[in-house]
Design a binder for this molecule. Sequence first.
Ligand SMILES: [Ca+2]
Length: 182
Amino acid sequence: MLSGSIPWCRDLLSICEMVVQNVQGKGAGYGQQKWNGNMKAVLLSLVAGLFLLSGAQAAEPVALHVAVTGGEPGKGQMIIALFATKKDYMKNAVAEATVPVDESAAASYSFEGLAPGDLAISVIYDEDNDGKLDTGFMGIPKEKFGFSNNAKGTMGPPSFKKARFDLVGPEQQVEISLSSAR
Ligand SMILES: [Ca+2]
């Protein structure tokens, strides 16, 4: 990703060096050299800044293909949610999709334009299409669910650490199989 921008920065760097050398050639006294040194530092930080900027721009968006298995053929829907930080895990999703379960008992969805980095996925198998995970006695889920890495928790969802993975571009495929609390 960054490799494309490095030669460009090197070109700019050599232009800076040429400018500094030209100025140095014309300058004479100590004061001039000091000024040149300062100017070089300014130009170098400018180059470093541009390098960082192009590096940030080079963080290309990622397409994530999520496939979920373990539902009932043609019944209900999968609610797939993506979480990018531990703080937002199971609270604020960066993206969410609700996908009907097909006749092969699977559901898949492609998220586009995601930022690379940490990601954890939760899936609810919403069998009765009411938009939520049905729970029963003691809050134990009556519907199936799943997480990235097929991570499992005890008495609740797995930790962000267990479910997270590195989302890297340009495309990534994740398969999740549902499990049951029952
Ligand atoms: Ca439900």
